[in-house]
Design a protein around this ligand. Structure first.
Ligand code: ATP
Length: 315
């Protein structure tokens, strides 16, 4: 549905996007995650046909954004970072205007407006001027204009920027709902957004993709070894140590501290996917150690994001 083959975009001599290849299939919600200036908007503008790549190919539904730009524009709905809303118009008048722009026939207009008003939850504000409605409703109006011609693909540039926490939750829900029937690509610099809305992530830094996959895949890839933090109750520490040494999957004992009342805090680094919590639990039982707590340590997407985008800065 959305494809890029080695695209590059230069503004003058400055390379904003470099050698990006990607493929987004039907029904996916993909988040472009990156710090300010990473190149997210540039990539989105290439897919909308607003900017052309200086190298490579970008395709929407197999249409080239350069040579088939009209067909591309019909296939996509776009919500730019600053939604172009005419604030003197009411929501209804604005949507009528968008129908004009999209050349939706007079006969179909009423039905299409009713559809997007229902989908985006705009019933309460439909006859109010846009400058008199909340930012959350304005963003819903922006989403309504993006779907009025029933596009298969939605391109949303930072769709929750500037909204309050309740509005953010509502807009994310709406995007997820729209994503049930459409392919969605959205940009964000908010990590929680990716976890809350997207099924795939592309982390962008300095115009390049530095990680891709589901949030879980990226975490696994970047995580290296697994770690468990365990609190055990046992009689004697040397007994525990020698029992641990017999577990093949343990790489290293990272922490071994004796607490009061025969409690031991232990942090183990174990080989990826070999020793899961259940086996560790069985090991403790067979050695007569009581496990009081066992916490797997996960690298957060935030840690990975900081690592990847910092590495880029050092180049
Ligand atoms: P933000 O989150 O701040 O919107 P972004 O990831 O969307 O950032 P872009 O807006 O794509 O990043 O910008 C990428 C780089 O290209 C930035 O360094 C920006 O200054 C530069 N840039 C963007 N548009 C132009 C332009 N029209 N002319 C020159 N440079 C530009």
């Amino acid at each position: 549905m959305i494809q890029a083959e080695n695209i590059e975009k230069k503004y003058g001599s400055f390379t904003a996007v470099e050698d990006i290849s990607l493929s987004i299939g039907r029904g996916e919600i993909v988040g472009l995650l990156g710090p300010n200036g990473a190149g997210k908007t540039t990539i989105m503008k290439i897919f909308t046909g607003y900017h052309f790549p200086t190298k490579g190919k970008a395709l929407i539904n197999n249409y080239d954004v350069y040579s088939d730009s009209l067909k591309v524009k019909k296939s996509i709905g776009y919500l730019p970072e600053m939604a172009p809303l005419y604030k003197d118009l009411t929501v209804y008048e604005y949507l009528q205007f968008i129908c004009d722009v999209r050349k939706i026939t007079k006969e179909k207009r009423k039905t299409e407006i009713e559809r997007v008003v229902a989908e985006c939850g705009l019933e309460q504000v439909i006859h109010r001027p846009i400058d008199k409605i909340s930012k959350g409703y304005r963003q819903r109006t922006g989403l309504a204009q993006a779907i009025i011609h029933s596009p298969e693909i939605l391109i949303l540039d930072e769709p929750t920027t500037g909204l309050d926490p309740n509005q953010i939750i509502e807009i994310r829900k709406l995007i997820k709902k729209l994503g049930e029937h459409k392919t969605v690509i959205l940009s964000t610099h908010i990590l929680q957004e990716v976890d809350a809305v997207c099924n795939k992530v592309l982390i962008i830094n300095r115009g390049k993709i530095v990680a891709r996959g589901t949030a879980e895949e990226i975490r696994r890839e970047m995580q290296g070894d697994f770690r468990y933090f365990i609190t055990l109750k046992a009689h004697d520490g040397s007994e525990i140590k020698s029992a641990i040494e017999k577990i093949d999957a343990v790489n290293e004992i990272l922490l071994f501290e004796t607490k009061d009342n025969g409690l031991f805090n232990i942090k183990l680094s174990v080989k990826n996917d070999i020793l899961d919590g259940e086996e560790l639990f069985d090991w403790a039982v067979s050695n007569n150690f009581k496990i009081l707590s066992m916490i797997p340590e996960k690298v957060s997407l935030e840690d990975i994001f900081i690592k990847l985008t910092k590495e880029g800065d050092e180049k």
